[in-house]
Design a protein around this ligand. Sequence first.
Ligand SMILES: [Cu+2]
Length: 69
Amino acid sequence: MTETTIAVPEIHCMHCKMSIEGAVAGVAGVETVTVDVPTAQVAVSFAEPATMDAIVAAIESQGYEVPSN
Ligand SMILES: [Cu+2]
């Protein structure tokens, strides 16, 4: 199990939270996903077959930019 936090600066409201949580939860292997709106962070725990790339792609599919670190 991997736990990570992804910064998505464009998160600003409950709509963002629901969109991103729904998309990331749909990635096979994702155990939990929680978007914290005030800090614009996406906390994810996942295992195979999920990958960071797949999770980032799910966030981007909702129209959000994920800045690379
Ligand atoms: Cu929003």
